[in-house]
Structures are given as structure tokens and as C-alpha cells.
Design a protein around this ligand. Structure first.
Ligand code: SAM
Length: 247
């Protein structure tokens, strides 16, 4: 069943109106028709509903709620990524894939060795595009939650956020002993664990950055003997965490 996201105000009593770009998608790409079922998720409450299409027009699609969809597709673990800003369109790939695997929030980080510099003027446009990619990927992977791509932050901001996590793992290519597996196995299994992961940009971290993050409570982990590209490292971490706590 296809899935769409709507705002609170598009849900009125037992009916939901779909407007905007999704209308064209439903009419001309998916070619859905009256009486076909779709799942609609409320962006604000993350509740999702099984609905039937009752009216189609170029302006809006109207659906009738048949039942609340109680089976969530969300992972039992909350994972946030702090991703060093990568080159070219790699951030887009990371957002798309991380959303499929189950990320909750995405924080782009300007580390010392980031080649890419995004000024304040360009940041708004980038964030708009990145958040659109997260929404499209959430729709495709049938998530009940659209991960949020937050404003670009710096090292200090990460250090301040560390206490809100049960654990925050720093993928560090120079860590030779402590594995991600060892750190995850130390954690007590419970629902809604909050895990943060930090991934460096193409140039890696400076020693000063690693020292500050460790001092603030991050745990350095190795992801194995091979050096992974920045766009691979976070996805490997995410997959390991989902394997350990959600499968
Ligand atoms: N410039 C670094 C070098 O030449 O050794 C490589 C940086 S790597 C391309 C980008 C980021 O991916 C790293 O900063 C780290 O966060 C993560 N990473 C890559 N391979 C890793 C590994 N084997 N263990 C832990 N983290 C890794």
C-alpha cells in the first residue's frame, strides 16, 4: 500500500485531504483510483491511517479513514547522526539511505577538515532540499516519521548534546581496539534507547576534535580494518545498531 504524509489540518473528522505535489503523483504516476487503499500518516502526531480514496481531482484527493494503522514501522531505537559535511551530493545519498534504515535526526556538522563550506545564504536552500529528500525517502520506505535534517552545527553544539544520549559513538579510523560491536553489546536492551553517531568528513577529524568529543563523553569505535568513505561509515553504524536492537 502506498504511503503519504499530511499536516494535522488536512485531517478533518473521518476524512483526509491530500494536496500539493502528491496529487500529481497519485493521479499521473501511480494512477490510483476511487476505492483504492492508501496509508496516510499525520506528520505532526506520527499516527497513520488506512484510508480509501473517495474523490479525485487535480486540486486534491479526498480519502476516508477506514482504521488507524497500529503497526508502526519505526525502529525500537532512536538514532541520530552527526555527519561531517561531505563533498558534492553525498549528503543527499546519506540522508536518503539513513532514512530507509531508520535514522531519527540528521545533523550536518562543519568540522575543521570539511572541504565544503556552506554559507548562511546557501544553507536555507540546502536544508529545504535535504528535508525534501528525507520526506521522499520516508514515504518510499513507509516510515511513520520523517527524519528532520537540522541546521548545520559545529563541534561545540555536539558536545553540548552528548548528555541527552544513552551513548554517543564516534567512528574513528585511528581507533584500533574498541569495536562498535563491543560498545553496543555493553548497552542494556530497552525500548527507545537514544544513540548518537558521529562520522567525520572525507579528511577525517583533527586530534583536537577527537579529544574534545571524548572529553564530552563520546566513545571512539572502529568499524573494521578498512577505511570506509564518509558516506559509507554512517550507514554501516546504523545497520549495526538496527541489527543489535531492532531485528
Ligand atoms: N582521511 C582519513 C584517512 O585517510 O585515514 C579517512 C577519513 S574517512 C574517509 C571518513 C570518516 O569515516 C572518518 O572520519 C570516520 O568517521 C569514518 N570511518 C571510515 N573508516 C572507518 C573505520 N574503519 N573505523 C571507524 N571510522 C571510520
Amino acid at each position: 500500500m502506498y504511503k503519504f504524509f499530511v499536516e494535522d489540518n488536512q485531517i478533518k473528522n473521518n476524512e483526509i485531504e491530500i494536496i500539493g505535489e502528491d496529487v500529481n503523483h497519485i493521479l499521473n504516476v501511480l494512477r490510483l483510483n476511487i476505492n483504492e487503499e492508501i496509508i496516510i500518516c499525520n506528520k505532526n502526531t506520527n499516527k497513520s491511517y488506512i484510508t480509501k480514496i473517495i474523490n479525485l481531482s487535480k486540486e486534491k484527493i479526498v480519502c476516508n479513514i477506514t482504521s488507524e494503522n497500529v503497526e508502526t514501522t519505526e525502529a525500537r531505537v532512536n538514532i541520530d547522526i552527526y555527519q561531517g559535511l561531505p563533498k558534492a551530493d553525498k549528503m543527499e545519498q546519506i540522508i536518503q539511505k539513513a532514512t530507509e534504515i531508520g535514522i531519527k535526526n540528521i545533523f550536518p556538522v562543519a568540522f575543521e577538515r570539511c572541504v565544503v563550506k556552506i554559507d548562511k545564504k546557501a544553507e536555507g536552500k540546502k536544508l529545504e532540499r535535504w528535508n525534501k529528500i528525507a520526506e521522499a525517502s520516508a514515504k518510499q520506505s513507509k516510515r511513520d516519521f520523517i527524519p528532520k535534517v537540522e541546521n548545520i552545527i559545529n563541534l561545540e553544539n555536539i558536545c553540548k548534546s552528548i548528555p541527552k544520549y544513552d551513548i554517543i559513538l564516534l567512528a574513528y579510523e585511528n581507533e584500533k581496539v574498541n569495536t562498535i560491536k563491543a560498545e553496543l553489546q555493553k548497552l542494556q536492551k530497552k525500548d527507545n534507547l537514544n544513540i548518537g553517531i558521529i562520522v567525520g568528513p572525507e579528511g577525517g577529524f583533527s586530534d583536537k576534535e577527537v579529544d574534545s568529543l571524548v572529553l564530552a563523553g563520546a566513545k571512539c569505535v572502529t568499524l573494521g580494518k578498512r577505511i570506509l568513505r564518509t558516506e559509507t561509515a554512517g550507514l554501516v553504524m546504523l545497520s549495526n545498531i538496527v541489527y543489535e536492537f531492532d531485528l
